[in-house]
Ligand binder design. Structure first.
Ligand SMILES: Cc1cc2nc3c(=O)[nH]c(=O)nc-3n(C[C@H](O)[C@H](O)[C@H](O)COP(=O)(O)OP(=O)(O)OC[C@H]3O[C@@H](n4cnc5c(N)ncnc54)[C@H](O)[C@@H]3O)c2cc1C
Length: 582
């Protein structure tokens, strides 16, 4: 194994959070930073493609699960098996990570999410809380994070409409959100026909529809770092694709342009990191294999893990840093509080074409009244979610074959094709995206049987739905049915979503969180609230693995805001005085 020249900071993973840390550190200090990314360089805008088969069906930009996957079981008494097909989440690979092909929906979490344990304890008697509930407070509040939310929104150029500006409620925005210090950097997208119908029906029903915040630019925009991008052309090839014109915020078009100008920055692609080297109290670097299969030791004064949730957990477990969580005793912190997202959609059918082939991530309208505290009519649920009508753009393959119940005499042959043509572009889904709370029994550890292509144990997920998630899904369908009918649609069946058991075969979202969670005590968390490892002050971890539980809607804006907060702590405090931060 070749030992390389030491660097000041080794960042593992070149996705949204790894490159944001790199940009902040190289812009504000003279420290040398090396980002080690297992995948290849991000495609340039003119190399991006609208090939639906390649991107949306064959998952060109996702992690190759023949190289590395996870195993899954429903309970700790079961035997886990590997996920061998792209299923309930799709991790990215390559420079920019999943941020290159994400859907760019950029909502903030509600204030109660950050103090969830205290909030629920105050609101409900202990007997009312689900058994095994393991939610925790984050250790800081929405108000503490608000300036960092604003930085992340400006960096990406998020478009939307404020509903609560410094405490003043504003019509047309989401009046249930936490107070914002500023209006969005850009206006919202114009409404698709589907979103228009949702908006009208929701208003008629007395709800408060608002435009979904989107990081696909609604006008030409120059961010505070001086990076300029053009407005979205609503081409419809957005989530799972890299943007061909750079309108969708991606690490490659917001962070890399700055990083490329920095002499203290190095990006190494094709580098698969295997272990964090350490002496028990201090990280000393990482080991990796390059694309030619050569093995290296990269010494570093500081290591930042920015690998995405599953990989952050796995690398810490493989490197034997921290105490693995044991659900039987509740001891150990590494791997606990695995959460995903409670997504429950409903199919709607219309008598007019919707022009669904146009769209972009975040074009659409939503309602926020059931997010956070879902209200008295949400039987059996303590936390709710957002209900949305999105026009993300539908390609010809994925949009084909949506037929309402009873809409075809047969489910094959010419009758089916005729019905397919008749209903094509007349179908769309409403989607509920609810919070997934943490439970004692949902966690991650190393699989005792299955390994990756290098022979290292895979990460094992022990994860199942509880009655609470099933009640959230039932409630989402109730509201979606009410709104769908008011939109004049024929209501079809539920879309994928929450069944009796957690099902790895159907896409939920790539919003998998937890396992390397932050908190205020090393007894209950792996990191302090600055994302610094409690046991190794020179080891920092970014991304959704640091969330004690998942909020409603989409997490990446919060992930980026928390990364800005950590970058400030690292640069302004740790670099000046290395050691554990209070
Ligand atoms: C199809 C899709 C749509 C999405 N839409 C939205 C959305 O609309 N809104 C939203 O908020 N979120 C969305 N997300 C989620 C969002 O993309 C993630 O939250 C975000 O990218 C997480 O950033 P990260 O830096 O933690 O991880 P990533 O951006 O995934 O980066 C992790 C990087 O680490 C690298 N890596 C992993 N293992 C190794 C290793 N062993 N060695 C070296 N490098 C390694 C990976 O290759 C990757 O580049 C979506 C995700 C997907 C897949």
């Amino acid at each position: 194994m070749e030992r390389l020249k030491p660097v000041d900071v080794a960042i593992v993973g070149g996705g949204w959070t790894g490159l944001l840390m790199a940009k902040e550190i190289t812009s504000r200090t003279s420290l040398s930073v090396a980002v080690l990314e297992r995948g290849q360089p991000a495609p340039l805008p003119d190399q991006a493609s609208m090939d639906e088969l390649d991107h949306n069906i064959r998952y060109r930009m996702m992690q190759n699960i023949a190289d590395e996957t996870v195993t899954h079981r429903h309970s700790s008494s079961g035997t886990a098996v590997p996920v061998r097909q792209y299923g309930s989440f799709n991790p990215g690979t390559g420079v920019g990570g999943a941020g290159e092909h994400w859907g760019c929906v950029s909502n903030r979490f509600y204030p109660s999410q950050f103090i969830l344990a205290s909030y629920l304890r105050e609101k409900y008697a202990a007997g009312k809380l689900p058994e095994g509930l393991a939610v925790q407070d984050w250790g800081f509040t929405y108000d503490d994070l608000e300036p960092d939310y604003w930085r992340a929104e400006q960096m990406m150029g998020v478009g939307g409409k404020a509903g609560n500006l410094r405490g003043k409620l504003i019509q047309g925005g989401n009046p249930f959100e936490g107070a914002r210090s500023h209006e969005y950097p850009n206006p919202p997208h114009s409404m698709s026909y589907f979103a228009y119908l949702f908006n009208k029906a929701s208003l008629d029903l007395g709800y408060h529809p608002y435009p979904i915040p989107s990081a696909a630019l609604t006008r030409t925009y120059r961010n505070p770092d001086g990076v300029e991008r053009p407005a979205c052309l609503v081409c419809g090839y957005c989530s799972r694709y890299s943007c061909m014109i750079g309108a969708k915020a991606q690490p490659s078009n917001t962070l890399l342009p700055i990083l490329k100008t920095k002499k203290n920055f190095a990006l190494r692609t094709g580098c698969w990191v295997h272990r964090i080297m350490h002496d028990g109290g201090k990280a000393t670097g990482v080991t990796y294999t390059d694309a030619e299969g050569r093995e290296f030791e990269q010494p570093a004064d500081v290591v930042v893990l920015s690998y995405w949730t599953a990989n952050n957990n796995r690398l810490l477990l493989l490197s034997r840093i921290g105490e693995p969580y044991d659900p039987a005793t509740g001891k150990g912190t590494l791997g606990k509080n695995l959460t995903h997202q409670v997504n429950q959609g409903l199919q709607l059918f219309f008598d007019k074409p919707l022009n669904n082939f146009m769209g972009a991530g975040g074009i659409g309208m939503g309602i926020g009244e059931f997010e956070g505290d879902p209200g008295p009519n949400a039987e059996g649920t303590l936390r709710g979610g957002t209900i949305r009508a999105s026009s993300g753009g539908e390609g010809p393959i994925a949009s084909w074959g949506k037929i309402p119940p009873g809409g075809a005499k047969s489910n094959w042959g010419s009758e089916w094709k005729k019905a397919g043509l008749q209903w094509h572009d007349r179908a769309a889904d409403l989607m509920g995206e609810c919070e997934h709370m943490a439970y004692r029994q949902n966690y991650m550890d190393l699989d005792p049987t299955y390994t990756d292509k290098f022979g290292d144990p895979l990460l094992r997920l022990t994860l199942d739905w509880t009655d609470h998630e099933r009640a959230q899904a039932a409630f989402a369908i109730k509201i979606e049915t009410e709104i769908g009918k008011a939109m004049g649609a024929k209501v079809g069946g539920p879309v994928r979503g929450v069944g009796k058991l957690y099902d790895v075969r159907y896409y939920q979202s790539t919003h998998v969180e937890g396992g390397v969670i932050m908190g205020t005590s090393p007894e209950t968390s792996v990191l302090n609230t600055w994302l610094q490892h409690w046991k190794m002050p020179n080891l920092w971890v970014t991304g959704g693995s640091t969330f004690p539980q998942n909020g409603a809607g989409n997490p990446t804006l919060t992930i980026l805001a928390v990364t800005y907060r950590a970058a400030d702590a690292f640069i302004d405090r740790y670099v000046k005085n290395p050691g554990a931060l209070a």
